[in-house]
Design a protein around this ligand. Sequence first.
Ligand SMILES: Nc1ncnc2c1ncn2[C@@H]1O[C@H](COP(=O)(O)OP(=O)(O)OP(=O)(O)O)[C@@H](O)[C@H]1O
Length: 361
Amino acid sequence: MEHTDFEMFAGQKVAGKAVPMLRVSHVARQFGGRQAVQDVSLSVCPGQVTCLLGSSGCGKSTTLRMIAGIEQLDAGSIHIDGQLVADRNGSLRPEKRSVGMVFQDLALFPHMTVFDNIAFGMARDQRRTADVEQMLDRVGLRGYGAKYPHQLSGGEQQRIALARALATGPKVMLLDEPFSSLDQRLRSEMREFALDLLREAGAAVVLVTHDPDEAMMMADRIAIMDQGRVLQQGAPLDLYHRPANLAVAQFFSDLNLLPGKVSHGGVATGIGAISAGPLAEGTAVTCAIRPEHLRPARSTDGAACAKVSRIQKLGRENLIELSLPETSQKLRCNIAGSCDFKLGDRVTLDYDPATVMVFPA
Ligand SMILES: Nc1ncnc2c1ncn2[C@@H]1O[C@H](COP(=O)(O)OP(=O)(O)OP(=O)(O)O)[C@@H](O)[C@H]1O
C-alpha cells in the first residue's frame, strides 16, 4: 500500500474540556472476507489509559496495529493530536506518527547493548548519551547501559522495552499484552511501575489485554471487544456495576444466573423475588448476581433457602457452593476472610437488590 503524508489539521481546544490526543473513528478491517474489526471508535486523552479487553481473536491487536500504522484501514479514520494519520485512502508511516509500542515479546535487539536498544528509536541527531542515561534513570536501571538483553531479568527487559518506547517522547503509547510473559508477582509490580511511568510521560495509552483484572487495575476506560466490535466502553467500575448486557457482565467474574419471566414487575427466582425494573410484563429474563455479592448466613430458625454443597478455602477468600433445594441449581459465593460453614449447613441468603442485574434472555 502506498503511504502518503496527510496535511495537518489544527486540533481544536475546547475550553475546560480534555481534548483527545488519539481519536479512532469507526475503523474497520477485514481479512479474506472475514471482518476482524468493525466500526470501532475510541478517544484517549493525554495521560489516560484505555484498555481493549476481549478474548482471543476479537480484534484487539488489529485495532492496535491500525493505530500504530502497521495495518491498513478499510474504513474510518485515525487522528493523533488533531492530525489525520490514517483513513481508507492512505496512512502516515509508523515512525511519523509519534507512537511508541511495546509488544508481548518485547522485541529488544539481542545483539545491541541496553544503551543502543534505547537509542535506536531516537532520531540520529537526538541520540545524546545524557538522554539515554536519563531514560535509564527513569526506569530505575542507571548503569545498565553496557549490558545486553540476555544479561537482564524479565522485569528488567520489560523496563528497557518501556524506556525504548518512551525515549522519543511519543504522543501515543501502544501496549499489546506487555506483561503476559511475567510471573504473577512481577506482573503486578510491573503494572504499577508502567502505570506511574506512562502517566508521568503524559502519553495517550492504549493497552491490549485479555485479563479483566489487568484492565480494572490499569485503565481509566475499558472498551470490551467481541467479534471485532466494541460491546461497551466506559469507566471500569461503570462496566462492572452497570454492564450493558450479559456478555459484558461475564467478562469480569463468574456469575450466578437465574432464569425467569417478568410478572407484576418482578421475577420469581430461587433466591426470592427480584425487581424487573423497566422490563415489560412477560419478558423472559436472566437475573445475574456475582459470587461476591451473595451473603449466606447459617439458618437459626429453619428458614433456609439453600444448602452448602462444597467449600474451598483459599486463604484470602473462600468459595462456597450452595444448592437450591427446589431446582437443585448451584450458586457460588465468594467470602473474604475466615469462614466457618460446614458441608450440609442450611443457609439463608442475603444480597443488596442493587447488585442483581436483570437482562432480557
Ligand atoms: N494478517 C492477518 N491475516 C489474516 N487474518 C488475520 C490477520 N491478522 C489478524 N487476523 C484475524 O483477525 C482476527 C482478529 O485478530 P486479532 O489478532 O486482532 O485478535 P486479538 O483479539 O488481538 O487476539 P489475541 O488476543 O489472540 O492476540 C482473528 O480471527 C485473526 O485470525
